[in-house]
Design a protein around this ligand. Structure first.
Ligand SMILES: Cc1ncc(COP(=O)(O)O)c(C=O)c1O
Length: 372
């Protein structure tokens, strides 16, 4: 049953009717609703321009392909990348189910590892160390909670080791720099910083890779016949209309999120947030209670404040991933950092519509459990 929380964890910040209307009118006039219509093409080009600009890349250096979700973007990226059947792809033990399911559903093998204490993610240093004792064919780091991965470091890792790198930056649009050599997928789900309802994009400097993934999203048709097995994972024109309107207001969206984060930091300090909280505005706001997560959740929920414990339990404990291989230096399959974070992390309400009074109330609830 859906509970009606007084203070919700996530509230989408999407364009309203008046902002979307000019784009929808163009769709009406063209009577073109799907199958790579003009709004989807314009959205992909505008997104490529926006991401190239924020990553200090030439405007024409990136290809963007849009899909029905980040999950289908990841799946079709793995299909298009031409990895060998059953390729072993290293990904962090702390992530959303879609990260690993997109690997498995495309016939590959997800292998997990513990995360770094500072970034809460799989870093190039972890992958390099594991490569000395283990074999894997590709790496899929995750921009955890919307904190970006170090793209230049991953591009260097890929060049040095020959191990392919793909990035799941589902929650990090606006924070994650892109790199032409490292394909990255972003989610456009309603609750993400750049929300349109449902959608996802693949961003890469490899126009052929983007084109192949795009083709797979439309039954792999070339001239009306399928040369390989495709699917239907296209972005509809109406959602591209939301995307174009969202691009026009994204600076304001990011400013609002920054202001809410600054209020949290002023009230609670930075110490219990992600170690890089002063440098980036995350997608979801996790607070480290040490080992008091359950008590904090009970206190906040009891006061009508919603919390979420992303991404716990970890994948290892999902029935779908039972027995999944976890690589570790000593071969024990231990993941002490993820296990420790599980006892501490609580996802707090974080969205543009929180008031100062809401944040005070959340802080008071946390202080009641942890002490001021
Ligand atoms: C890390 C990560 N990967 C993938 C996804 C899937 O994104 P989508 O809902 O657009 O399929 C999510 C969604 O929350 C996510 O957090």
């Amino acid at each position: 049953m859906l509970k009606d929380w007084r203070i919700k964890c996530l509230v989408p910040d999407l364009p309203e009717l008046d902002e979307v209307a000019p784009f929808i009118r163009r769709m009406d006039t063209a009577r073109w609703y799907s199958n790579f219509g003009p709004l989807v093409s314009e959205f992909e080009q505008a997104m490529a321009g926006m991401l190239a600009k924020t990553s200090a890349l030439p405007a024409d250096s990136l290809s963007v392909a849009s899909f029905s979700s980040a999950t289908t973007a990841l799946e079709l990226l793995f299909r298009a990348a031409g990895l060998k059947e059953g390729a072993r792809i290293l990904t962090p033990a702390l992530t959303f189910a879609a990260t690993a399911s997109s690997i498995r559903i495309t016939g590959h093998t997800p292998v997990l590892c513990d995360v770094d204490t500072h970034t809460w993610d799989l870093t190039p240093a972890i992958a390099r160390a594991l490569l000395k004792t283990h074999q894997f064919d590709a790496v899929l780091p995750v921009a955890i909670y919307g904190f970006p991965v170090d793209m230049d470091a991953w591009a260097a890792f890929q060049a040095e080791t020959g191990v392919r790198v793909f990035v799941d930056a589902a929650a990090a649009l606006g924070q994650q720099a892109v790199h032409p050599d490292v394909p990255v997928c972003f989610s456009l789900h309603a609750t993400k910083p750049f929300g349109i309802g449902e959608g996802g994009i693949l961003v890469t400097g490899d126009a052929e890779l983007a084109g192949h993934a795009r083709r797979l999203s439309n039954f792999a048709f070339i001239d009306g016949t399928s040369r390989e097995i495709g699917t239907n994972a296209k972005l509809a024109e109406v959602l591209a209309a939301y995307g174009l309107a969202q691009i026009g207001r994204f600076d304001a969206v990011q400013t609002r999120r920054r202001e809410v984060l600054d209020q949290y930091l002023a009230r609670l300090g930075a110490g219990r947030f992600h170690p890089r909280i002063n440098d980036f505005v995350p997608g979801t706001l996790l607070y480290d209670t040490g080992d008091r997560a359950q008590a904090a959740v009970a206190r906040l929920n009891g006061a009508g404040i919603q919390t979420r414990q992303w991404y716990f339990p970890p994948l290892r404990d999902h029935a779908a991933f039972a027995g999944i291989e976890i690589l570790s230096a000593g071969g024990t399959g231990a993941m002490p950092v993820v296990d420790r974070l599980q006892t501490g992390l609580v996802g707090l309400p974080f969205h543009a519509f929180l008031s100062g009074a809401d944040i005070d109330e959340i802080a008071e609830g946390l202080e009641a459990v942890l002490g001021a």
